[in-house]
Design a protein around this ligand. Structure first.
Ligand code: FAD
Ligand code: NAD
Length: 472
């Protein structure tokens, strides 16, 4: 007789494990199936966590090389020990994995190691078969199945990833020596974060981007400013270009690059090429077709606003359903989905999900961009304040960037906020809370902000939306 659960979640990433955890908190008998041999998904194993560990290490290296002297700190020759840096990153990943396993145990979630497949779709008793790494298959049944299988790297025709010379983000996290030259294909989040890591460690980095600008979903002003800052840091951009072929050989990789709008191709060479042109949903071998679960043309599992697919009792969350491919979005969907399964009104406010790019300075955006507001014909006002006018930013030596608040012209309700600046990812969270509560820019401006803090940039931007910034 197969083990029976209230809910089986397939995928142990931030969407899946959080969903199982919340379901268990709410009294449901929950299991989480994961095939990679470790919990935490893309985020913990090959995404958010290892990339941020390397961003932090490379930032400190860069600060020691370029910023300490301004503070009167002499350190002599700064040397890099890449293997220690990589080992530290692996240790951080491991701590996070173990933490998640502990949390599942603590909450009595059954962790099933292996590859899950929906083998029978039957309302009230769906069957999931799990094949372990020894090839043994065990069947389980559950009232509800949640698909949380995430995403994988989008391949690029003519550019075959070998994870040594031509790498995806996964290979870019484990390079055992700093390449002399690196070409990054795609000026999105991964391209700029991983490009920054290797640039700071000494590589000559060129980013080839199909569009005429970097960081496509971000606010236009933010994109421009960030490009200038990154160029000053030594990153080179080849915008409006695409790579049509890459060949790895003994003396590096040879790439064919041509203008996106057509024109003569040129050849450029690099020691390492990073392909970062986006991610696509991962649904291989899940048995969705046989189970009758609808999938879009682009492979995303189709789910309604309660995360239910077209098959009763089969739900889907996280990267695999599309939208913003972010760990916190996946987590919040996991929570909402579990609450719905437990009969509660689970909900995610998609208007207030912040995106953060962990370059230095950071980039953060929430809500509407100016371009979106213009396109939608919304009357809005803008309040902007630069970090150069903030006392704490001067103390820290981090005066690059600005914060911009967009508010409804009539009601003053905050519609969006966009920041380039130190700690932008943390600073934007007060706007996330504000937007969740329907705050006006006046509400933000009247909130007493501690001094001297970078957060005063946000307060001043809110004051500026009413034309009364104080410190500029
Ligand atoms: P995933 O994390 O992809 O987890 C899905 C899991 O399901 C995987 O572990 C997979 O092995 C497992 N699985 C798949 N099929 C099966 C099956 N049939 N049976 C069993 N298990 C299966 N987001 C942020 O918010 N902040 C960041 O800083 C950030 N940095 C990133 C950096 C990089 C380099 C990358 C690649 C991504 C980054 N992301 C970041 C995105 C983030 O990792 C994803 O949005 C997030 O992991 C999605 O969570 P998920 O649970 O939907 O899927
Ligand atoms: P992305 O969508 O952020 O950027 C891909 C870039 O590649 C775009 O600018 C696109 O125009 C460009 N591009 C596409 N095809 C191209 C081609 N043929 N030649 C040149 N350029 C091309 O994708 P990504 O950077 O691969 O990241 C994938 C996902 O992972 C993102 O959705 C992101 O949300 C998530 N992620 C998030 C974080 C974070 O939150 N800090 C960090 C890393 C990844």
């Amino acid at each position: 007789m197969a083990d029976t659960f209230d809910v089986i979640v397939i995928g142990g990433g931030p969407g899946g494990y959080v969903c199982a955890l919340r379901a268990a908190q709410l009294g449901l008998k929950a299991a989480c199936v994961e095939s990679r041999g470790a919990l935490g998904g893309t985020c913990t194993n090959v995404g958010c966590i290892p990339s941020k560990a390397l961003l932090q290490s490379s930032h400190l290296f860069d600060e020691a090389n370029h910023a300490f002297a301004d503070h009167g700190i002499k350190v002599g020759k700064v040397e890099m020990d890449l293997s220690t840096m990589l080992a530290r990153k692996d240790q951080v990943v491991d701590q996070n994995r173990q933490g998640i396993e502990f949390l599942l145990k603590k909450n009595k979630v059954t962790y099933i190691k292996g590859f899950g497949k929906v083998t029978k779709a039957k309302t009230g008793a769906h069957e999931v078969s799990v094949k372990d790494d020894k090839g043994k298959t065990t069947a389980y049944t559950a009232k509800y199945v949640v698909i949380a299988t995430g995403s994988e790297v989008t391949p690029l025709k003519g550019v075959e990833v070998d994870e040594k010379q031509i790498v995806s983000s996964t290979g870019a996290l484990t390079l055992d020596k700093v390449p002399k030259s690196m070409v990054v294909i795609g000026a999105g989040v991964i391209g700029l974060e991983m490009g920054s890591v290797w640039r700071r460690l000494g590589a000559d980095v060129t980013v080839v981007e199909f569009l005429d600008f970097i960081l496509p979903p971000m606010d236009g002003e933010v994109r421009k400013q960030m490009q200038r800052i990154l160029e000053k840091q030594g990153l080179k951009f080849k915008l409006g270009h695409k790579v049509t072929e890459a060949k790895a050989g003994k003396d590096g990789v040879s790439l064919k690059v041509e203008p996106a709008k057509g024109g003569a191709a040129e050849t450029i060479k690099a020691d390492v090429v990073l392909v970062a042109i986006g991610r696509r949903p991962y649904i291989d071998g899940l048995g969705l077709k046989e189970a009758g679960v609808k999938v879009s043309d682009r492979g995303f599992v189709e789910a309604d606003q309660h995360y239910q697919t077209n098959v009763e009792g089969i739900f889907a969350i996280g990267d695999v359903i599309g939208g913003q491919m972010l760990a916190h979005k996946a987590e919040d969907e996991g929570v909402a989905c579990a609450e719905i399964l437990a009969g509660q009104p689970g909900h995610v406010n998609y208007e207030a999900i912040a995106s953060v790019v962990y370059t230095w300075p950071e980039v953060a955006g929430i809500g509407k961009t100016e371009e979106q507001l213009k396109e939608e014909g919304v009357a809005y006002k803008t309040g902007k304040f630069p970090f150069t006018a903030n006392g704490r930013a001067r103390c820290n030596g981090d005066t690059n960037g600005f914060a911009k608040i967009l508010a409804d012209e009539k009601t003053d309700r905050v519609l969006g906020c966009h920041i380039v600046g130190a700690e932008a990812g943390d600073l934007i969270m007060e706007i996330a809370v504000g937007m969740e509560f329907g705050a006006s820019s006046e509400d933000i401006a009247r909130t007493c902000h501690a001094h001297p803090q970078l957060g005063e940039v946000i307060k001043e931007a809110a004051l500026a939306a009413d034309g009364r910034a104080l410190h500029i």
